[in-house]
Design a protein around this ligand. Structure first.
Ligand code: AMP
Length: 146
């Protein structure tokens, strides 16, 4: 059965383009809609929880910058109209799953670095998204040269 609505998770690095190119191919083969999501992670998470200062202003700046970067990225792809660009705040796996369910997506596409060794033990967002996903997940292998 062809996919109807594909959600592409983007970390807003240069690696998003190969992931997006693959997503466009899958979407055009299925006649599916394409949406993108970027998740801004709370700064406190990066510091491991308790931070003895108010990060709200910095977080607002981080969010605003992410919005600009997401718009600049999505602007390269005519299919990604403003209502298909989602910026959310929280933990990437939870937010990507929540949005996929909310938007009725039947495929999530992420990039995968094909890590091994210690990095594999520590996991990756691609791995994380796969677990208890509400729909199919396609991990696009990112080569070092891409
Ligand atoms: P990584 O965990 O860095 O290997 O990321 C692998 C893939 O997870 C990326 O190519 C994106 O598809 C997705 N991803 C990572 N971080 C985010 C984020 N903050 N928001 C949305 N997707 C993300």
């Amino acid at each position: 059965m062809p996919y109807q609505h594909i959600l592409v998770a983007v970390d807003l690095t240069d690696e998003c383009d190969p992931v997006m190119h693959r997503a466009q191919k899958v979407a055009s083969a299925s006649g599916a809609l394409l949406s993108v999501v970027h998740v801004v992670e709370p700064m406190a998470m990066a510091f491991g929880g308790d931070v003895p200062m108010d990060l709200s202003m910095l977080q607002q700046q981080q969010y605003d910058q992410a919005r600009q970067r997401l718009d600049a990225f999505a602007g390269k792809y005519p299919d990604l109209s403003e209502d298909r660009r989602h910026l959310t705040y929280g933990q990437p796996r939870q937010e990507i799953h929540r949005l996929a369910s909310e938007q009725g997506c039947d495929l999530i596409i992420v990039g995968s670095h094909g890590r091994h060794g210690l990095a594999l033990l520590l996991g990756s967002t691609a791995n994380d998204v796969l677990h208890s996903a509400p729909c199919d997940v396609l991990a696009v292998r990112l080569k070092k040269s891409e």
